[in-house]
Design a protein around this ligand. Structure first.
Ligand SMILES: [Zn+2]
Ligand SMILES: [Zn+2]
Length: 437
């Protein structure tokens, strides 16, 4: 027996249990089929699992298909030992710690924490999109109340916090996750000064992207320091255009004069963002930004506003565009320019994160690394596809239209179809299909 079996205590374990509970969502034949594809993938000599830095100081964790348990506190000195293990045990999900430990196999409080990479997770689950109501549904596990779109924090009917969520790794949602990732990487490189070689970018294998920073200076940052970084990235607590602490007319005038957006950090981001926004805004955008009554003036005087207010910093020099208007616009632009990261992941210095090169149990996609310069062109539906051969007949309950490995598939509604292996794995893992008899 390799290590101790720990109690299942993570959210993702819950959703896997649902998948593997046989009767309700996925039948045994389907589960065996997915297991078979994962097994083949990990046993294939051509499958390369890249080793993270200092593998021997990391804790590894596995969610096992058959035993349906989370195996934690595992250690591997060499990546080849891990590869052998994966071929033998075939986990549905493979995790490794962001942290480095003296004794990674010890219990949590005896591990001897040496430091941790700075890790960011950007997941479509946290980003509202125009399509999430079309393909995402949730049902309260306690009372059965259900809805469409992003799963709420608490059930509106009973305030329960456990949900059965049915989501889909959709192209549009993944594009919005990508945009948030692009903003994050820009901040890490321009504002924080991390070099390209210190910042690694990954597709998570499901609905988003991971960004890791490996650097001696960040390694020993504690949770509080990481929270400061999170606040910067999300723009939390940023006082926009001088803030509004001071009250009264003279203070107001003083503030209007003292507005000046210099060319570094958030100041630069607000300046560029405001310029961009004013340049391209439609009436609807201005209404969205909460400046409906000034919209006509702004649309009429774009050029003048750009020059006098934004370039020269004379914020109250255009009639009808007050300091208050600028503050509203800046708040709105701050929201556009910040990056919607999952804040909990970054502040957790003991976090287990999916291992690069391994399969995601909810999709069959691979977590893959690629250069940050490739992010804009990265296509997960091509580049994260792990199973490239074969076709399987499945009975699909329902699935939206999707592209995968060069084919366009669906939409499907209660029908039996033959699809490429990768699509069959995806549909089964998402609880949308079964292997047809
Ligand atoms: Zn409920
Ligand atoms: Zn979507």
């Amino acid at each position: 027996m390799l290590g101790e079996r720990l109690r299942v205590k993570f959210g993702y374990v819950k959703s896997f249990m649902r998948l593997s509970r046989g009767k309700d969502r996925v039948n045994e034949a389907s589960r065996d089929f997915v297991y078979g594809t994962f097994s083949e993938f990990y046993s294939d000599p051509s499958t390369v699992i890249p080793s993270p830095a200092s593998l021997g100081q990391r804790e590894l964790g596995f969610l096992l298909f058959k035993e349906r348990i989370m195996l934690r506190h595992q250690i591997f000195a060499r990546i080849n030992d891990l590869k052998l293990f994966l071929g033998e045990r075939v986990p549905s999900d493979v995790y490794r710690s962001c942290a480095y430990y003296e004794n990674p196999a010890a219990e949590m409080d005896k591990k001897g924490w040496l430091g941790a990479d700075l890790v960011f997770d950007i997941d479509a689950d946290h980003i509202p999109t125009s399509c999430d109501k079309l393909h995402d549904e949730w049902t309260c596990a306690k009372c059965g109340f259900s809805g469409k779109g992003i799963t709420p924090e608490a059930c509106p009917a009973c305030e329960g916090q456990k949900f059965d969520a049915k989501t889909w790794p959709c192209e549009v949602c993944l594009e919005s996750a990508k945009e948030e990732t692009i903003k994050l990487i820009d901040m890490l490189s321009v504002d924080f000064g991390f070099s390209d070689s210190e910042v690694s970018v990954f597709f998570s294998g499901h609905r988003g992207y991971h960004v890791h920073v490996e650097n001696e200076a960040v390694k020993t940052l504690d949770t509080m320091a990481r929270k400061e970084i999170v606040d910067y990235i999300t723009g939390l607590g940023l006082s926009v255009l001088g803030g509004d602490e001071a009250k009264g007319r003279s203070a107001k005038r003083r503030r209007a004069r003292s507005f000046s957006l210099h060319d570094f950090g958030w100041n630069r981001r607000l300046k560029l963002g405001l310029r961009n926004f004013i340049l391209n805004a439609t009436k609807e955008d201005l209404i969205d930004a909460g400046v409906k009554s000034n919209s006509a003036v702004i649309l009429r005087n774009r050029e003048l506003i750009l020059k006098r207010c934004i370039e020269e910093g004379r914020w109250s020099s255009v009639k009808g565009v007050s300091v208050g208007t600028w503050r509203k616009l800046a708040e709105y632009v701050k929201d556009l320019e910040s990056s919607k990261i999952d804040t909990v992941v970054t502040t957790d210095t003991h976090r287990l994160i999916r291992m690069n090169g391994t399969l995601h149990g909810k999709t069959g996609f691979r977590k893959v690394e690629f250069p940050a310069t490739h992010l804009a062109d990265f296509n997960p539906f091509e580049e994260a596809v792990a199973f490239k051969e074969g076709a399987v007949k499945v009975s699909v309950s329902d699935a939206p239209k999707f592209r995968l490995g060069g084919s366009v598939l669906g939409p499907y509604k209660r029908q039996t179809v033959e699809v490429p292996t990768a699509a069959a794995v995806l549909l089964i893992c998402r609880g949308r299909a079964e292997v047809a008899n």
